[in-house]
Design a protein around this ligand. Sequence first.
Ligand SMILES: NC(=O)c1ccc[n+]([C@@H]2O[C@H](COP(=O)([O-])OP(=O)(O)OC[C@H]3O[C@@H](n4cnc5c(N)ncnc54)[C@H](OP(=O)(O)O)[C@@H]3O)[C@@H](O)[C@H]2O)c1
Length: 295
Amino acid sequence: MRIVLLGPTGQVGWELQRSLAVLGEVIALGRQGPHAGDFADPDSVARSVRALRPDVIVNAAAHTAVDKAEAEPERARLLNATTPALLAREARALSALLVHYSTDYVFDGSGSAARSEDAATAPLSVYGRTKLEGEQAIAASGCRHLIFRTSWVYAARGGNFAKTMLRLAQERERLTVIDDQWGAPTGADLIADVTAHAIRHAGHSPQDLGLYHLVASGETCWHAYAQFVIETARALRSELPLRVSEIAPVPTTAFPTPARRPLNSRLDTSRLQSRFGLRLPHWQQGVVRMLQETL
Ligand SMILES: NC(=O)c1ccc[n+]([C@@H]2O[C@H](COP(=O)([O-])OP(=O)(O)OC[C@H]3O[C@@H](n4cnc5c(N)ncnc54)[C@H](OP(=O)(O)O)[C@@H]3O)[C@@H](O)[C@H]2O)c1
């Protein structure tokens, strides 16, 4: 099996380089390199993919800077919708499978129930809107596809919310963290492992292609997530100079940002778990592991 991986340097892309390796030959297309992979030039990305004739295209590249996207909607659209649409066209022409990632930000986050894949979308931001356009273009293309909507992604490699909290906890005695946005922190390693499993599964069960919610089990808010990270760090590394003595809960309105974010990012993953025969672990399990690796 020949797999072309786009966005290999990102959180999910990096873990995909590991998890896809057992399935076949993985050709990583970054922004630089022998094959053009800059999503700001959709035609050249499409030409590169066509020349490589993959069996599977995995797209982990995206414009993920949610606040910046508000100021550059055309660039966000190019990366999140226009280039994915051309990838879908190439996938269809090659009879290749296209794997793509989307986000809880396609929803408006009203209410408190976990949303299924069929729930009505209503993005609040340019990022959410352009990611939804990307999903819709892929679905409309008629190519074989798997789209995974995920949320609150972290990875051991690079910066993440947990690492920021640990840095601040060493610098300050008091932290304020949002307590009215709910979701599930999801490890890039989990997303990559499920992707590899799903590609394998789709090979013999084409009826299971389509759109899925893929997040860790359980739920939390950013405030409880921060508390958990700091408590776990204290337990794992008692010598860490954590000065923080108070973590105060605040509403989203305390941190005004250019992009509006959904308050309820709970996603129902029962479709993925039942169709692919998988069990999604609790979010705390992956966060503890990431802290064990990075502390
Ligand atoms: N992060 C989250 O919390 C989150 C939540 C929900 C859904 N998702 C979705 O999950 C997927 C993976 O996200 P992630 O967190 O792994 O993203 P990430 O760490 O921000 O990585 C983004 C990737 O896109 C690449 N990229 C950016 N601009 C590009 C361009 N012009 N041309 C080619 N590549 C470009 C980056 O390459 P460079 O290294 O060269 O910049 C990087 O490889 C995305 O579809 C995202 O929308 C993420």
